[in-house]
Design a binder for this molecule. Structure first.
Ligand code: AP5
Ligand code: MG
Length: 214
């Protein structure tokens, strides 16, 4: 199954993608996590991506599309995958569609997690992210067992650099301008499914499983 997660920054794409990946046994591919790993490892791609991410802007399509098109051709993607944070622009969606067309495939579901802007900023200030495996927590809604430590891998949890309120506001602006048009793009292809992301994480997950028939 090939699934795309759509939704504003902080809507819960990463949280739900990880749960779906575990349940369905398919890889969770997050472009944000890939860029953050590159920043941590001091790569050239990481240095370029950081310039944009710190301002809440999108990393240019030229740096993003090829990376994902390569990744989905890896052996572990043969039974499907979940794309989290990609595509984020119409040209990215077109690049993905073109790559899939070439091999006679298509996206099965584009899951749109719907959360109003008012809820987003408070969610982001409480988020804590693992510096090693990318797992996501929330100090109130989803705390780790031990404060500041990842349950999954034991690494340190931090507030992401781009989760400061000013940067979050920019990310929301960019989302509405550049990413929201994808809702119409996937609706026209009859694969869009919208779930109410203001519910508890468990309820959102249930709704997604119903959509997937899993
Ligand atoms: P990315 O890492 O993808 O960030 P994002 O889309 O802004 O989304 P987030 O990861 O912030 O939120 P999320 O929806 O995953 O929410 P989460 O599950 O963590 O991208 C970062 C940057 O990289 C971009 O700004 C851009 O610069 C660049 N980039 C990445 N991909 C790109 C691309 N394709 N093209 C160009 N540039 C790209 O949840 C948020 C918080 O809420 C957590 O604390 C969580 O515990 C909590 N939470 C989740 N669900 C619930 C719930 N139901 N109730 C209460 N709390 C909840
Ligand atoms: Mg995320």
């Amino acid at each position: 199954m090939k699934i795309i997660m759509l939704g504003a920054p902080g809507a819960g794409k990463g949280t739900q993608a990880k749960m779906i990946a575990d349940k369905c046994g398919i890889p969770h591919i997050s472009t944000g996590d890939i860029f953050r790993a590159n920043i941590k490892n001091g790569t050239e791609l990481g240095a370029k991506a950081k310039e944009y991410m710190d301002k809440g802007l999108l990393v240019p399509d030229e740096l993003t599309c090829g990376l994902v098109v390569d990744r989905i051709q890896a052996e572990d993607c043969k039974d499907g995958y979940i794309l989290d944070g990609f595509p984020r622009t119409i040209p990215q969606a077109e690049a993905l569609e073109e790559a899939l067309n070439k091999i006679g495939q298509r996206v099965d579901f584009a899951i749109n997690i719907d959360v109003p802007d008012e809820n987003i900023i408070s969610r982001m200030s409480g988020r804590r992210a693992c510096t090693s495996c990318g797992a996501t927590y929330h100090v109130v809604f989803n705390p780790p067992k031990k404060e500041g430590i990842c349950d999954d891998c034991g690494a340190e949890l931090v507030l992401r650099d781009d989760d400061k309120p000013e940067t979050v506001k920019n990310r929301l602006r960019v989302y509405h301008d550049q990413t929201q048009p994808l809702i119409d793009f996937y609706s026209a292809r009859d694969v869009l499914r919208t779930v109410d992301g203001t519910q508890s994480m468990e309820k959102v997950f249930d709704d997604i499983l119903k959509v997937l028939g899993a």
